[in-house]
Design a protein around this ligand. Structure first.
Ligand SMILES: Cc1cc2c(cc1C)N(C[C@H](O)[C@H](O)[C@H](O)COP(=O)(O)O)c1[nH]c(=O)[nH]c(=O)c1N2
Length: 210
């Protein structure tokens, strides 16, 4: 039996407050085994029917990394075209990935074809497979921060292109491309809030009573 005391709860709350989406990385490499340790923690996450649908691809090959970066650039340019006026000008100033600097690249997929878990919980909500993988990424995000490691989620990518670049099974659905490394700075405020793109809202805005 493990007990968590008030000091632990306070620290845990600080972890939630200080976890950040990181796009600016220092140049130093991660220690051996760091990414593997984060994956191990991620695999402790809940999953529908204990299906453990997460699939991780560490991307070390320079040509594949370059192809991912090229795809990000193309998607980001298209995204910029969707805005106009002041919003476009502001979007153009945002840094929306640390792909160039991050020492670690990790792609995460959901295996839609796996029969681990025997379909439990997925019959009426097949999307719970993807939800399970997102839960694992959140755990990894927090575990990384607890080690002083920053993680940045990049979704400004074409899933089909990532599939081709990484040559993974067709039943795997692309969920996230993660940049991992030591952050340049630490902050308790989201970068998009600092950049005045959006701000955190109060919980009352998201909560209904019935
Ligand atoms: C599913 C998903 C996808 C993305 C993100 C997050 C999530 C959950 N985020 C990070 C996002 O912008 C960030 O979480 C919020 O701005 C809040 O900041 P903190 O995570 O609290 O620092 C993100 N950030 C970014 O710079 N480029 C991106 O492509 C994405 N994509």
């Amino acid at each position: 039996m493990v007990e968590f005391d008030d000091t632990f709860r306070r620290h845990l709350r600080e972890l939630f407050v200080w976890r950040r989406d990181v796009r600016r990385f220092r140049g130093d490499q991660l220690p051996d085994g760091a990414v593997e340790r984060l994956i191990e923690t991620a695999c402790l996450s809940p999953s529908v029917g204990l299906s453990q649908p997460w699939r991780f691809v560490t991307v070390d090959d320079a040509a594949r990394r370059r192809a991912v970066i090229d795809d990000f650039r193309a998607c980001n340019a298209d995204a910029l075209d969707c805005y106009s006026g002041e919003r476009a000008a502001r979007y153009a100033t945002l840094k929306l990935s640390g792909l160039e600097q991050a020492p670690g690249h990790l792609a995460v997929f959901a295996d839609k074809a796996s029969d681990i878990g025997h379909g439990l919980g997925r019959a009426t909500m097949p999307e719970t497979t993807e939800y399970s993988v997102v839960a694992a990424i959140t755990a990894m995000w927090l575990a990384a921060r607890a080690e002083g490691i920053g993680l940045g989620w990049v979704s400004i990518l074409h899933p089909d292109r990532i599939h081709t670049i990484l040559d993974v099974p067709s039943s795997w659905k692309f969920i996230a491309y993660l940049c991992i490394g030591y952050p340049e700075t630490e902050c308790d405020q989201p970068e998009l809030e600092q950049a005045k793109w959006e701000h955190r809202r109060g919980t009352e805005e998201f909560t209904l009573r019935r």
